[in-house]
Design a protein around this ligand. Structure first.
Ligand SMILES: NC(=O)c1ccc[n+]([C@@H]2O[C@H](COP(=O)([O-])OP(=O)(O)OC[C@H]3O[C@@H](n4cnc5c(N)ncnc54)[C@H](OP(=O)(O)O)[C@@H]3O)[C@@H](O)[C@H]2O)c1
Length: 233
């Protein structure tokens, strides 16, 4: 699909120019902008063709980012199973190191996660996670006590990560948009109304000039879903 070529052309040389990975925001939502029926519960939204596209997108990124909320509700593997390709490095935002020791990311064959937390983490918890092969990355925190995304991107850039795919959940999507840190978006739009947990909340903008926009958006039907993609301005 054309989306991959478009994304690769924008991502080319991005880290060299900015010091940060190229960030692709990619998730599945309903027509009313929901990513799950109820907060904290998984929902298989995408059709099989869109799921394959998601796996293909994963294979074209060096790393994949989710929040601890998604790990606790979905227990994801974040690997590439439906297409040929390399598994991206999982990165989890987890200020309080709440990731369960039996999480799939810590116990299955895939690459062990990098777990991003704030300063002064519980050293015993860090030891337990490192024993399971995880890497705990300590980063500055925001005024809300969460991991500073800007610092994370700088760190990942220093570590040689050229591209990062952010899959969610809602709080991570909202933070990335609020801080204007996503470079590209690939949305799977599922033609259904759910009335559940919204992907994006409270961006606090009423001036249309300041909305986060997709410049020159492209779209294509894939199976029963619609894929929309483009550069974020
Ligand atoms: N449809 C899709 O494509 C899709 C994809 C992914 C997830 N989901 C759904 O999304 C839901 C989970 O979303 P969620 O909002 O509850 O959880 P989330 O966005 O996955 O994780 C949010 C948590 O990450 C931590 N965090 C650390 N630094 C942060 C930062 N700078 N900004 C925001 N959060 C930060 C916070 O917990 P601490 O304060 O403890 O660090 C925060 O509560 C689930 O129902 C899941 O099924 C859907």
């Amino acid at each position: 699909m054309e989306v991959i070529g478009s994304l690769l052309s924008y991502a080319d040389g991005h880290r060299e120019r900015t010091g940060r990975p190229f960030v692709t925001l990619s998730y599945a939502q309903s027509l009313d902008g929901c990513i799950s029926a109820r907060a904290g519960e998984p929902l298989a939204l995408s059709g099989p063709e869109s799921m394959r596209l998601t796996h293909s997108l994963r294979a074209h990124h060096d790393a994949i980012l989710v929040g601890i909320g998604t790990v606790l509700s979905d227990d994801p593997h974040l690997n590439v199973r439906l297409v040929e390709g390399k598994n991206p490095q999982p990165v989890v935002l987890d200020s309080r190191l709440r990731i369960p020791l039996n999480a799939a990311l810590l116990t299955t064959d895939s690459r062990r996660p990098w777990i991003c937390t704030r300063e002064n983490p519980d050293s015993e918890r860090v030891r337990e996670l490192e024993k399971l092969g995880a890497r705990v990355m300590v980063l500055p925190s925001t005024s809300r006590g969460q991991v500073c995304l800007s610092s994370l991107l700088n760190r990942l850039g220093e570590m040689g990560i050229n591209s990062l795919m952010a899959e969610g959940g809602a709080r991570i999507i909202t933070s990335l948009l609020l801080d204007r840190l996503a470079d590209f978006v690939v949305l799977t739009i599922v033609p259904a109304f759910i009335g559940g947990m919204r992907a994006v909340s409270e961006l606090g903008q009423s001036d249309p000039q300041r909305f986060v926009r997709v410049t020159n958006p492209r779209y294509e039907r894939l199976g029963g879903d619609l894929i929309l993609w483009g550069r974020l301005g």
